[in-house]
Design a protein around this ligand. Structure first.
Ligand SMILES: C[S@@+](CC[C@H](N)C(=O)[O-])C[C@H]1O[C@@H](n2cnc3c(N)ncnc32)[C@H](O)[C@@H]1O
Length: 210
């Protein structure tokens, strides 16, 4: 959710009244979560998941961070034993209602407090909400949470600096900053730009635990 959201917002006709409600609590109220789910319809991470499938074998156990509406969770669920998660109780209520047989954890992306271990960790447009220090802590915790040789697959918004957009912190990254953050603990397998809304607005990083 960032300034590119404005363009998407005008395409789908989301008005200022809704935008005003996007405070820091945006992911945490029932109304705004329902609105986000509506807004995000038609978007999914299938191209990212196709790339993940090239390096992580089917039936592996995968943690998704920030499952939100659950669209990517349901795609991952076709190929993997996927455990969804979010720090928003409203999103967790939605996920548990929509996918009653699924497993969903209340996890913060920074602390990842779980005893479970995973072969893969996936997120799609979640970790850009972390400040640099939080991202570094998250990466250490991802490393701990992965089995040997485990795979990470994360998308980010590409750009410079950070901004507060309607109360939500948005941290932009480029290839060199992501490489710097991840290379101590991970071999970088893929670091590519791709298009979410416009050419080159996004980055995909896939790495293997060292
Ligand atoms: C932009 S949405 C993306 C949701 C989903 N991955 C998708 O592609 O539609 C960001 C999601 O990350 C979650 N989130 C944001 N910060 C988080 C954090 N620190 N820990 C866990 N989840 C977080 C939000 O609740 C929301 O579900």
């Amino acid at each position: 959710m960032d300034s590119r959201f404005n363009e998407r917002r005008s395409e789908v006709g989301i008005g200022d009244a809704l935008i005003k409600k996007m405070s820091g609590e945006y992911y945490k109220t029932q109304k705004s979560v329902n609105e986000y789910i509506h807004l995000a319809k038609g978007f999914n991470g299938s191209e990212l998941i196709d790339k993940l499938k090239n390096v992580l074998q089917q039936h592996s156990i995968v943690l998704e961070i920030g499952s939100g509406p659950g669209t990517d969770w349901s795609i991952l669920n076709r190929f993997y034993k996927v455990v969804g998660s979010d720090f928003s109780l409203e999103f967790l209520n939605h996920l548990r209602y929509k996918y009653p047989t699924g497993e969903f954890l209340n996890l913060d992306a920074v602390t990842l407090k779980t005893e479970q271990k995973f072969d893969g960790i996936y997120s799609n447009k979640v970790l850009h909400h972390l400040k640099d220090k939080e991202l570094i802590e998250s990466i250490k915790n991802q490393h701990k949470t992965l089995n040997d040789g485990g795979i990470i697959c994360h998308s980010f918004w590409k750009g410079e600096d950070s901004e507060i957009f309607k109360g939500l912190f948005v941290n932009y990254h480029d290839k060199s900053s992501l490489r710097k953050f991840y290379e101590a603990g991970f071999d970088i397998l893929t670091l590519d730009t791709y298009k979410e809304f416009e050419d080159g607005d996004s980055l995909l990083l896939i790495g293997k635990k060292k």
